[in-house]
Ligand binder design. Structure first.
Ligand code: SF4
Length: 400
C-alpha cells in the first residue's frame, strides 16, 4: 500500500463532545459569514440540483450569471426536460465541462419520466440520475431535503484531511469512501445541509489549497494540521499525468462585404466526446510537445489544405490576428487565429459576388455562414466564445 493510500486511522474519530463543538463553531461562523448566493435563497430542489451541477470544478463567481440565465430560461425541471439539447448547450456555452449540461438535461428527463417531475429525496435514487455521483447526491439530499448525507468535494476533502492529518489521496476511491464516512460522522442531525455548505465554504474561503488562513479559522482549535504547523502537507499531493502542449491553427473565414459579413462556423460530430454537437470556428492541430512556432508559410499551407479538404472551401489566409490559450484536461492548447477570406473573388462588387457564390458551399446541417449576432445563438465552447468577443470588438476589421 502506498503512502498516498494509507487508511484513515482510528485517531481521526472525535468524541461526541468534540464533534458537537466542531460542528457548532463551524455553523456559527457560517451563519454570520456565508456568502449570499442565488441558490441559497431558495429551497427548490431543482434549483439546488442545477447549482450543484454547475459548481463542479467551477468557481462560484463564474457560476452565478450562468445559474441565473439558466433558471430564467428553464425555471422548472419539466421546462428543462422539454428543451432541445442545443438550447441547453447554448446557455451552458462558456462554462465548460459540457458533459455536465448533457447529464443535467438527461437527469431532468429521467426525473420527469420516472419521478413525475419531482426530484427524489433519497441518495440512492439520486445516484441513479445521469451525471450524479456521491457528491451531488449528498449535496442535494442534505441541502434540499435535510437528509444527513455527506457531500465531499475537493474543498471538503482538503479541510477533513487537514483537520485530521490524513495523508491519503482524496482522488483514490477508497480514501474518498473513508472521507465520506468521516464527514457523515460529523454531520449534526438538525442542520445537515448547512453543515455541508459550511464545510465547502470553509474550504473555498478559509482553508485554501495554497494558503490556509489558520489564524481566523473557526475550527482552528480542532485542527491537527494547524497544531502541527504543517497544513500544506495535507492532503497528499496526487500524481498528475504530464501536461502536453498542443498547437492549433484556427480560421476565421469571412464572406460578404462589411454590411452583410458572414462567418463560417462548423458543428462537431455527434461522436466527438465532450464537445459533440457544439459549434466552433474551424481549426486543426499542427503540432504537439514543444514543436511550436512553425514558419508562417507552412502554417498557411496547412490551413488552406485543411479548409479545402474538410469543407471544399478555397480561401486566402490573410494575417495572423490573435492567439488564444486554454487548457483541456491535460492538454495546454495554443490556438493561433488567422483571418481568412474567400479566394478567387476578382475585383469589384459584381465580380466579388459571383466568385463568392462559386466558392462558398451552401449551409448544411454541420456548416453555417452566420452574422456575428447569429453566432451568439449557437452553443460555442469557451475558446470560441472568446474569439467571437474579439470579433465583436473588431467589427469591420476585414477589408475584402
Ligand atoms: Fe484549514 Fe488552518 Fe482551518 Fe485547519 S486551521 S481547517 S488548516 S484553515
Amino acid at each position: 500500500m502506498t503512502r498516498a493510500n494509507k487508511p484513515i486511522p482510528p485517531t481521526a474519530r472525535l468524541s461526541p463532545r468534540q464533534t458537537r463543538l466542531l460542528a457548532g463553531r463551524l455553523l456559527t461562523w457560517y451563519d454570520s459569514d456565508k456568502r449570499d448566493l442565488p441558490w441559497r435563497r431558495t429551497c427548490d430542489p431543482y434549483a439546488i440540483l442545477v447549482s450543484e451541477f454547475m459548481l463542479q470544478q467551477t468557481q462560484v463567481a463564474m457560476v452565478i450569471p450562468y445559474f441565473e440565465r439558466f433558471m430564467a430560461a428553464f425555471p422548472t425541471v419539466r421546462a428543462l426536460a422539454a428543451a432541445p439539447e442545443q438550447d441547453v448547450l447554448r446557455l451552458w456555452a462558456g462554462l465548460g465541462y459540457y458533459g455536465r449540461a448533457r447529464h443535467l438535461h438527461a437527469a431532468a428527463r429521467r426525473i420527469v419520466e420516472v419521478y413525475g417531475g419531482r426530484i427524489p429525496p433519497r441518495v440512492g435514487d439520486l445516484l441513479f440520475l445521469p451525471g450524479v455521483g456521491s457528491y451531488v447526491a449528498g449535496a442535494v439530499a442534505s441541502i434540499a431535503f435535510g437528509v444527513p448525507a455527506p457531500a465531499v468535494d475537493a474543498n471538503v476533502a482538503r479541510v477533513l484531511s487537514r483537520l485530521f492529518v490524513l495523508t491519503g489521496d482524496p482522488a483514490s476511491p477508497r480514501v474518498r469512501k473513508d472521507l465520506e464516512s468521516l464527514a457523515a460522522a460529523l454531520i449534526p442531525a438538525e442542520r445537515p445541509g448547512d453543515f455541508n455548505q459550511a464545510m465547502m465554504e470553509l474550504g473555498a474561503r478559509v482553508c485554501g489549497a495554497a494558503k490556509p488562513l489558520c489564524d481566523p479559522c473557526p475550527v482552528r482549535s480542532s485542527c491537527k494540521a494547524a497544531r502541527q504547523g504543517n497544513p500544506l502537507d495535507y492532503p497528499a499531493a496526487a500524481k498528475r499525468p504530464e501536461t502536453l502542449e498542443v498547437e492549433e491553427v484556427l480560421a476565421v473565414v469571412r464572406a460578404g462585404d462589411r454590411v452583410d459579413a458572414r462567418y463560417l462556423i462548423v458543428q462537431r460530430p455527434g461522436d466527438s466526446g465532450r464537445y459533440r454537437n457544439m459549434w466552433e470556428f474551424p481549426h486543426v492541430a499542427v503540432g504537439e510537445g514543444r514543436r511550436h512556432s512553425r514558419k508562417p508559410d507552412r502554417i498557411r499551407e496547412t490551413l488552406t489544405a485543411f479548409l479545402f479538404e474538410s469543407f471544399g472551401l478555397k480561401v486566402r489566409v490573410d494575417e495572423e490576428w490573435a492567439e488564444i490559450r486554454h487548457q483541456v484536461t491535460h492538454h495546454k492548447i495554443r490556438k493561433r487565429v488567422f483571418l481568412c477570406s474567400l479566394a478567387d473573388q476578382g475585383t469589384g462588387q459584381k465580380a466579388g459576388k459571383k466568385a463568392h457564390q462559386e466558392v462558398q458551399p451552401a449551409d448544411t446541417d454541420s456548416l453555417r455562414w452566420v452574422t456575428l449576432d447569429e453566432i451568439a445563438e449557437y452553443p460555442l465552447g469557451a475558446p470560441h466564445k472568446r474569439i467571437l468577443a474579439l470579433l465583436e470588438e473588431s467589427a469591420g476589421l476585414f477589408s475584402l
